[in-house]
Design a protein around this ligand. Structure first.
Ligand SMILES: NC(=O)c1ccc[n+]([C@@H]2O[C@H](COP(=O)([O-])OP(=O)(O)OC[C@H]3O[C@@H](n4cnc5c(N)ncnc54)[C@H](O)[C@@H]3O)[C@@H](O)[C@H]2O)c1
Ligand SMILES: N[C@H](CO)Cc1c[nH]c[nH+]1
Ligand SMILES: [Zn+2]
Length: 430
């Protein structure tokens, strides 16, 4: 059964803290498995990648079939239902248009001492994008990963996607074609992350790895950080719905189920100021889940990771939401725009009764690769800025150098770094 809590019950704080911690962090066991996999890929390269891919995905690969050939991509993409292809193209165009607006601009100026100062942006050269594919297939995640990289001007995009039982949804390859990605490997999990980070004979190493995935993918990204850059920890999905008396219980229940459907530790939480809504959503969950197939992952997700919290005011709801720092926060309230400013920690905010989170998963235009496991306290969703680096630019002429020199030499002396001081004063014949 999902957890039900009322903010006025005496042990609320204790129960809430337990909810915050429940299965959101990567376990030691997963971390240890991932460490072993990464070490294996580092030492045995493609052979290890192929063996691990066959062990976990039963993909039937060998070291020389890890990469999709251009013909395989073309054939599979051509098999995609034209309606799906059109929908992916529609999504692509909307996502691209939104991300174009995120492009940073170089900025160079001269300050009042005559010093030239600037910020220059340049694209990362080679990026690995991870597209999850264990329990479900995510053509939409191909677009969400690849489009901001393309907009940023990344030269090489290497995509990893697991192919359970050797199968791939043609829509994945159609999405890759639409986004302009052609270097695609049929690998997943920690072995894919290790191969992209350290490189093998057939997979050249990248500079940064982005994209969502399960606990093994998230742990592997943590462990290779430093060797390569990573975007964030985008693990099992989460939704937090804040709802008042104006919310429709059937719609709220449907949104909670949509997130539980991701399985593998997904989390769906409702916080409401209206106790009758809590009861109605609970009943709706039972009704709608009963309509799902018996082994539906949504059913398991809700049973294991669902929660309904009743609170006295929207102010308390917001406080709890900021502590949970959910990947998605839906504001199913009378005046969502008024509440939005108080939500400090969220991967993405969805405004009002007519903005289901799933619209952001696919075609809204914003990115669905978002921070999970409370990392929205310090991380942001994927965007163009994840694929560029910022380099500062500084320039002095004799006049401006003279204007800065005294203070610089004084600090150098305070640090007892005489060489630093001399490299300045030598230019001024001091
Ligand atoms: N936060 C986001 O932006 C976002 C977006 C889309 C999906 N997601 C999440 O991505 C996840 C996708 O998970 P998934 O499992 O379907 O696909 P996945 O591709 O992330 O994981 C599949 C891989 O996990 C590895 N694996 C599975 N069991 C293992 C084991 N016992 N030991 C070692 N490795 C093992 C295998 O290598 C397999 O290839 C879901 O949790 C979903 O919620 C998040
Ligand atoms: N809700 C997921 C994490 O933001 C993304 C997704 C893709 N397809 C369906 N859902
Ligand atoms: Zn989703």
């Amino acid at each position: 059964m999902p957890i039900r809590l009322n903010a006025t019950q005496p042990d609320f704080e204790q129960q809430f803290v337990a909810l915050l911690g429940s299965k959101r962090e990567s376990s030691q066991e997963v971390g240890d498995i991932v460490t072993t996999i990464i070490a294996d890929v580092k030492s045995r390269g493609d052979q290890a990648v192929a063996e691990l891919t066959n062990k976990f995905d039963a993909a039937g690969v060998s070291p020389d079939t890890l990469r999709f050939t251009p013909e395989q991509i073309e054939t599979a993409a051509a098999r995609t239902d034209p309606k799906v292809r059109d929908a992916l193209q529609f999504a692509h165009d909307r996502i691209r248009a939104h991300h174009e607006k995120q492009k940073p601009v170089d900025h160079i100026y001269q300050d009042d001492l005559g010093v030239t100062l600037g910020t220059r942006w340049s694209a990362i050269e080679a990026v690995g994008i991870y597209v999850p594919g264990g329990l479900a297939s995510y053509p939409s995640s191909v677009l969400m990963n690849a489009i901001p990289a393309k907009v940023a001007g990344v030269e090489r995009i290497a995509m990893a996607v697991p192919t359970p039982n050797g199968e791939i949804s043609p829509a994945i390859l159609a999405a890759a074609q639409i986004a302009g990605v052609s270097e695609i490997y049929r690998i997943g999990g920690a072995q894919a992350i290790a191969a992209l980070a350290f490189g093998t004979n057939c997979i050249a190493r990248v500079d940064k790895i982005v994209g969502p995935g399960n606990a093994f993918v998230a742990a592997a990204k943590r462990q290779v950080f430093g060797t390569v850059g990573i975007d964030m920890i985008a693990g099992p999905s989460e939704v937090l719905v804040i709802a008042d008396h104006t919310a429709n219980p059937a719609w709220v229940a449907a949104d909670l189920i949509a997130q539980a459907e991701h399985g593998g530790g997904a989390q769906s939480i409702l916080v409401t100021t209206h106790p009758p809504l809590a009861d109605a959503v609970m009943a709706e969950m039972g009704r709608q889940i009963a309509l799902l197939p018996r082994q539906s992952i949504a059913r398991e997700g809700w049973e294991d990771f669902g929660a309904i919290l009743t609170v006295p005011t929207l102010g308390v709801a917001v406080q709890l939401a900021n502590r949970i720092a959910s990947e998605h926060v839906e504001l199913a309230v009378e005046n969502p725009k008024a509440l939005m400013g108080d939500i400090r920690h969220a991967g993405a905010i969805f405004l009002g009764h007519h903005t289901p989170e799933a619209i952001g998963d696919y075609v809204g235009g914003s990115n669905h690769v978002l921070p999970t496991a409370r990392s929205a306290r310090f991380a942001s969703g994927l965007g163009v800025l994840d694929f560029v680096k910022r380099t500062s630019v500084l320039g002095c002429d004799p006049g401006s150098l003279a204007a800065l020199a005294d203070a610089a030499v004084t600090i150098a002396e305070a640090e007892q770094l005489d060489g630093h001081g001399r490299s300045i004063s030598i230019r001024l014949n001091r």
